[in-house]
Write a protein that binds this ligand. Structure first.
Ligand code: BF8
Ligand code: SF4
Length: 630
């Protein structure tokens, strides 16, 4: 196994390093070993100039201009790079939107009274959503309203409409821009299918046209599939409110049955939380010698549970193998997305039962228990029972749980943020106008083993809050910031004087947990609400986005819809587009003229913070607000 990197360079987390060291001692392969084994990675693919879209290929373009400049079909670097980006975005948007559809289908069954373990927990939100979608609520039962809302939302996935239901949330200036550019998302599935069509050999051979459709496809995710997922999850599982929680591998308890919930969709994990409280199962755990049943989260399923229930979080993306290396995890329950196939291999080195649950996401080496919402609670109990049984196979001599947990706060939905402000964005707008808060930035996305784990998230966030910029986080970035102690109200001490004053007055942290990756839509909703409140377009606000350690196709879709919504976005990992100067110029420069926002790529978080601060001050200046020279 190749170990060319010093462990300290792999992660900033003490607990991660301890487990990586254990993996090396015991000969267990992890993501860092596999990355080393892949070196050197393909330069053509890294630049986006390889294509295998048809059997006349595979083809590649020589980025140095000496070798071939066209694929067999005649596609040049611009066309190939744009097509590859389009397929990446379609995959990412599809992942989010299919997750949204799964929630919607269960919501529809719930409305018909056919599910077990689900209820409508936020009836106010249901009524508010129905109002937005033009569905009558007066004198009607929640289930009747839910039935109509489900039917209306299902239409958004198809081809019968020319714009999405949530478009009414978008400021009118932005809607007009999208219409002028021809990028108004029509149907969620439609844009993704059309992207696959356009990128077939011999269809869209104009890179500008393809890139515009990239934006439209991503918008069908942000204002479509992901937004359906977030909003209906709130209706079914509760709209998050500020809640205390904890994070780190120390969330595992040596004396308890430990079950990790990993993946993205709260449909199953929510019923598992109910099942784990079942007195019979708790008793069973006790008869096996355990103190009780301890659930912990990983990745975005973890975020969903942490946001709504304060469930402790074991870690983010690069912790999924390391949590197994504690030897203290009895079951890892997975649904889908970001679950490395490697987890079943690492689990084999211990007693851990990996349980897959989605029929569309099976894992060789895992136990598959097919999820069915009609028997949700029963299946939840069956899964928890397996975890309790696996505890009996645990070898206490192999248990190493490395660290104390860190306290963090979660639960900052838009409703909760507005609630903390007294029900209106006015106080936030006033703080921005007064310059106490210079602006706000969403720091989101993944871990990537090419970057020292969490360094990008934590350092960028630190530099922003020090400079009076409010940070909102989702996904693995939220977990990284939690581990770094930046998500408690006392972290306001790390912030600049203006932001500190506002946070201390409201009793909130300077870094707000807004949820999972589909919950980036909460950030869109907040940005749109601020823009509407001020009567401006989103692109005029002092806002930015950043994905310092992104790895996934979903992150590319998120970046694209954030930019298409008018928010400047800085990526910390180079996307595979640098084989086409024209594509880079369009995305990093020309886009600003058409959608009022663009991308930047900057690996160093200190420099990324500077780019963002300059951008925010420029937006302040353009709005006629007091600004600083950065
Ligand atoms: O959807 S941040 S590594 S876990 S893709 Fe995955 Fe990235 Fe984490 Fe959540 Ni989002
Ligand atoms: Fe080559 Fe064109 Fe086929 Fe791509 S689509 S593999 S560039 S011939």
């Amino acid at each position: 196994m190749a170990h060319d990197t010093d462990i300290n360079g792999l992660s900033i987390n003490k607990d991660a390093r301890a487990m990586i060291a254990r993996a090396r001692d015991e000969g267990v392969e992890t993501v860092w070993d596999r990355l080393a084994a892949q070196q050197p990675q393909c330069g053509y693919c890294a630049m986006g100039v390889s294509c295998r879209n048809c059997a006349m290929g595979p083809c590649r373009i020589d980025p140095f201009g000496e070798g071939p400049q066209k694929g067999v079909c005649g596609a040049d670097a611009d066309v190939i790079v744009a097509r590859n980006l389009g397929r990446t975005i379609a995959a990412g948007a599809s992942a989010h939107s299919d997750h949204g559809r799964d929630i919607l289908e269960v919501f529809a069954e719930l409305a018909e009274g056919k599910t077990s373990g689900y209820e409508i927990r936020d009836k106010d939100k249901l009524r508010a959503l129905a109002g937005e979608w033009g569905i009558a609520t007066e004198g009607r039962e929640a289930f009747e309203i839910a039935r109509d809302l489900a039917a209306a939302m299902m239409e958004d996935f198809g081809t019968r409409k020319s714009s999405l239901g949530f478009a009414a949330r978008v400021p009118s200036q932005r809607i007009e821009r999208w219409a002028e550019l021809g990028i108004t998302p029509r149907g969620i599935d439609r844009e993704n299918v059309e992207m696959l069509h356009r990128t077939h050999m011999g269809v869209d051979n104009d890179y500008v046209n393809t890139l515009l459709h990239c934006l439209r496809t991503s918008l069908s995710d942000g204002w479509g599939g992901s937004m359906v997922a977030t909003e209906l999850s709130d209706v079914m599982f509760g709209t998050p409110k500020p809640v205390p929680s904890r994070v780190n591998l120390g969330a595992l308890r040596p004396e308890s049955v430990n079950i990790a919930l990993h993946g993205h969709n709260p449909l199953l994990s929510d019923v598992i939380v109910q099942a784990a409280a079942d007195p019979e199962l708790v008793q069973l755990a006790k008869t096996k010698g355990a103190e009780g049943i301890n659930l912990v989260g990983l990745c975005c399923t973890g975020n969903e549970l942490q946001m709504r229930k304060g469930l402790p979080m074991a870690g983010n993306h690069l912790m999924q193998e390391l949590v197994l290396l504690t030897g203290a995890l009895d079951a890892m329950v997975v649904d889908y997305q970001c679950i490395m196939p490697a987890v079943t291999d690492v689990a084999k080195c211990f007693h851990t039962d990996v349980i897959s649950t989605a029929d569309k996401a099976k894992f060789t080496g895992a136990t598959h228990i097919s999820f069915d919402p009609r028997r949700g609670l029963e299946i939840g109990k069956e899964i928890v029972r397996r975890g309790v049984e696996a505890y009996g196979n645990r070898n206490p001599d192999r248990v190493r749980i490395p660290d104390e947990t860190v306290e963090m706060m979660a639960g900052f939905s838009v409703e909760a943020i507005l609630g903390a402000l007294g029900g209106t964005p006015e106080p936030l707008v006033d703080a921005i106008k007064a310059g106490k808060i210079r602006g706000a930035v969403g720091v989101v996305g993944c871990n990537n083993p090419k970057i020292q784990q969490d360094y990008g998230h934590v350092m960028l966030t630190r530099r922003l809050i020090e400079n009076d910029i409010l940070v909102v986080v989702t996904g693995c970035s939220a977990i990284a910031n939690g581990k770094a102690g930046q998500m408690m109200p006392k972290a306001a001490e790390m912030a600049g004087p203006g932001l500190r004053e506002v946070c201390q007055a409201l009793g909130i942290p300077p870094v707000l947990h807004m949820g999972s990756c589909v919950d980036n839509t909460r950030i869109l909703v907040l940005a749109a609400a601020l823009a509407k409140h001020l009567g401006v377009d989103i692109c005029q606000l002092p806002l930015a986005g950043a994905a310092p350690e992104w790895y996934s196709e979903k992150a590319v879709s998120i970046g694209a819809y954030v930019v298409a919504s008018g928010i400047y976005t800085v990526l910390g990992v180079q996307p595979p587009i640098f084989g086409s100067r024209n594509v880079v110029k369009l995305l990093a420069q020309d886009l600003d003229d058409v959608v009022g926002a663009k991308f930047a790529v900057e690996a160093d978080p200190e420099r990324a913070a500077l780019l963002i601060r300059r951008h925010i001050e420029a937006k302040r200046k353009a709005l006629g607000l007091e600004f600083r020279d950065v």
